[in-house]
Design a protein around this ligand. Structure first.
Ligand SMILES: Cc1cc2nc3c(=O)[nH]c(=O)nc-3n(C[C@H](O)[C@H](O)[C@H](O)COP(=O)(O)OP(=O)(O)OC[C@H]3O[C@@H](n4cnc5c(N)ncnc54)[C@H](O)[C@@H]3O)c2cc1C
Length: 210
């Protein structure tokens, strides 16, 4: 709540009370679901994991952990023993938006996590990750590149939306079609643009409904 309030807010939307009581962060990562809620956030935060077996441990950037659908860098005898989350810089911002059909007990159709700093009107340290857009939770590297060093302008975000539509090819399933996922992920970029260009106007459902 203190260091990553938007991440904390997401945790209130992960599963149900029962799942939140019993589920662990390590399990949410090791489960390697492409629609797990915490991995995109941890990717945007540049988190590392420690993988341990009886002989010792090794540290790995989380971005190297997810290999393919439900495949991870974990060896058969390893567990996720620790998760390192860098503290946000004073001027860094983390936005996390989960899209699901219900507020409670519903896994994401798409989840976007956005990390950035605004330096002299220009976006820096942009790290964006999505769940539900690929076989693994994944950084949007081309989208990040389209925004990095750019001013907060509609054109910057339109370029980012084009990059986003080129770098992801999400699947269609019960939670959303490929078209829907493309559309809502692009909408999240639009939402980010609006939240930056019209400060103090952010609309969050939880401000009105509990
Ligand atoms: C009704 C329901 C709703 C759910 N809603 C959501 C949701 O909204 N968002 C979401 O992200 N997930 C959701 N989940 C999925 C799941 O509950 C979460 O991913 C949870 O965080 C998993 O953690 P766990 O500790 O229960 O892992 P487990 O389910 O016990 O384990 C998952 C897998 O990871 C392995 N594993 C667990 N911990 C480790 C470790 N430390 N190192 C190595 N391997 C490990 C296990 O062997 C297993 O293969 C939901 C599940 C249910 C049943």
């Amino acid at each position: 709540e203190t260091h990553y309030p938007t991440f904390a807010h997401l945790l209130h939307r992960l599963g149900s009370q029962q799942v939140r009581n019993r589920g662990t962060l390590g399990g949410n990562i090791a489960n390697a679901s492409p629609i797990g809620d915490t991995p995109p956030v941890l990717l945007a935060l540049n988190a590392w994991v420690e993988l341990a077996n009886q002989d010792g441990s090794r540290a790995l950037p989380l971005s190297d952990f997810f290999l393919d659908y439900k495949k991870t860098a974990l060896a058969a005898d390893e567990v996720v023993s620790r998760i390192f989350i860098p503290q946000l810089a004073d001027d860094a911002v983390l936005k996390v938006w989960k899209l699901s059909k219900r507020r409670e007990d519903d896994i994401s159709a798409v989840l976007g996590a956005f990390h950035y700093r605004i330096d002299d009107g220009v976006m820096q340290d942009v790290r964006i990750a999505f769940g539900g857009m690929a076989a693994i939770p994944k950084r949007a590297l081309q989208t990040e590149a389209a925004l990095t060093g750019q001013p907060i302008a509609k054109e910057s975000f339109q370029a980012a939306q084009r990059a986003l539509s080129e770098e992801f090819h999400p699947m269609s399933d019960v939670r959303g079609t490929q078209h829907y996922r493309h559309q809502v992920a692009a909408n999240l970029l639009e939402r980010l643009y609006l939240s930056l260009s019209v400060p103090n106007q952010e609309v969050m459902l939880h401000a009105y409904a509990h």
